[in-house]
Design a protein around this ligand. Structure first.
Ligand code: EPZ
Length: 422
């Protein structure tokens, strides 16, 4: 297993970093492009493990995809044939592969997708996705580790209420609804920026969508979608991760290609801790004079526009540095504190009670061997390593490389000593 060797950061940060395209926007947009037999061009596609797995899945399902990693440009078109089955060995590697159900129902009228396994952060059921497809006329069968959805007469519009504003369910229903007969309304829809990016791309393909970014999305089905061009929006979680890094090690970091609007909850919490967060000629700048003055804060993760659950782990690491007790409540996933055990191995003083973690800041951390338990937990231990005493070895870093493009390269450009050992 590849690992990172991370040294504590001793310098005074005064640098800049460029944010890559957003993984969680690129994945559904790749699926959307596979709804048309015309070739769409997508730029700012980050070179990540998850993106390459989604490419393999969509090719297996009949898409023609060219991906130039040098220019971060991908072309996608549906070939008109391919399998209607997403097998377990593919689905098991990428939970977002469940989005292929919407594409398969829209293009083939049938989908056979392996039931996605749970993952470290929780059971992550897909009941809301299936509720949407059933409302649109699909017949759902489950068994032998697969979910079958059949819509031999095609899909029709429906009025769908989501019990929870699920990002994936909202996206999957949008993918199925854009060419369904009639109108679909998604009530209590997720309103994350990734949903807006997907809707913008689908609209540029000729879809008739309104309300993306609110909790009510209205879609009028159209006969056909045509090719479109789209640049993936910058990754707001990568942005937040680098903002948190700047706060953890102090100094000044200019973050290029960030959208301040997308990271308002993170900016607000960093300001509460005593950081300076400003916009300067198109850049987001985070500046911390003295990390020893960082104040602890309380955080509750919520669906957008609340504090993002994907930033919970990196912030838990940051609160290990601040003074006082930080309290973090995770309301979105049921088991998203896997990083806490690893931080405690470094000496962190954290107690968990149900969905709440109590972080006693100010306890010095020491470098040791730790694991990246999931994508964002990996970022948490890397951040902690930057202000620990001594070297830290982070194992299982494929989790991290699923979601952060060229992380060692970007960290080295800030003067951080990190080596990748295969
Ligand atoms: C997306 O996951 C993101 N992944 C996650 O990012 C992110 O943490 C999450 O949204 C929340 O913002 C991608 O976009 C690929 P959900 P998703 O459906 O769609 C429950 C990362 O770090 N739920 O909004 O799976 C579910 O169990 C990843 O990049 C149901 O109960 O999230 C969870 O508790 C991790 N039934 C909650 O909703 C369903 O049918 C939120 O899940 C669907 C979801």
């Amino acid at each position: 297993m590849a690992k990172y060797i991370v040294q504590p950061y001793k310098g005074k940060l005064n640098s800049r970093v460029k944010i890559s395209g957003c993984k969680n926007a690129a994945l559904p947009i790749m699926c959307a492009a596979a709804l048309s037999t015309e070739t769409s061009t997508i730029t700012e596609v980050p070179d990540l493990i998850d993106i390459n797995i989604m490419k393999d899945i969509l090719v297996h399902l009949g898409a023609n995809i060219q991906y130039d990693k040098q220019t971060s440009t991908m072309t996608v078109a549906y070939s008109g044939n391919g399998s209607f089955e997403a097998p377990y060995d593919m689905v098991d590697k990428l939970r977002a592969s469940v989005l292929s159900m919407g594409v398969l129902l829209a293009t083939k009228g049938m989908a056979k997708v392996a039931s996605p396994g749970g993952c470290p952060i929780g059971a992550r059921p897909i009941d809301l996705h299936l509720k949407g497809f059933a409302a649109m006329g699909a017949e759902i069968q489950q068994g032998h580790g697969y979910v079958m959805a059949m819509a031999s007469k095609g899909l029709h519009g429906a009025n769908i209420y989501l019990d929870f504003p699920s990002v994936g369910a909202t996206e999957n229903i949008m993918l199925a609804a854009v060419t369904a007969r009639g109108e679909t309304i998604i009530d209590n829809a997720a309103n994350e920026p990734e949903i807006v990016d997907l809707a913008t791309f689908l609209s540029s393909m000729g879809a008739d969508i309104s309300g993306a970014g609110t909790d009510k999305i209205r879609i009028q089905g159209v006969k056909k979608l045509h090719a479109a061009e789209h640049a993936i929006m910058p990754d707001r979680i990568e942005t937040g991760s680098f903002m948190t890094l700047a706060a953890a090690i102090g100094g000044r970091l200019e973050i290029v290609n960030a959208i301040p609007e997308h990271v308002k909850p993170i900016s607000a919490k960093l300001r509460e801790m005593g950081c300076q967060v400003v916009e300067e000629d198109g850049c987001l700048v985070v500046e911390v004079e003295d990390t020893s003055k960082l104040k602890a804060v309380d955080i509750k993760t919520l669906p957008h526009p609340g504090f993002p659950t994907d930033m919970q782990a990196p912030f838990t690491a940051l609160l290990c540095r601040s003074h006082g007790t930080g309290i973090i409540t995770e309301t979105v996933f049921e088991n998203r504190f896997l990083h806490v055990q690893e931080l405690k191995r470094m000496g962190a003083n954290i107690k968990i009670d149900g969905r709440t973690a109590y972080i006693e800041g100010g306890t010095p951390l020491t470098g040791t061997k730790v694991k990246a338990m999931d994508l964002r937990a990996g970022m948490a231990v890397i951040l902690a390593a930057l202000f620990a005493e001594g070297t830290t070895e982070v194992d299982d870093i494929y989790h991290v490389e699923r979601g952060y493009e060229d992380l060692p390269g970007k960290l080295r450009s800030l003067g951080i000593e990190i080596a990748r050992i295969d």
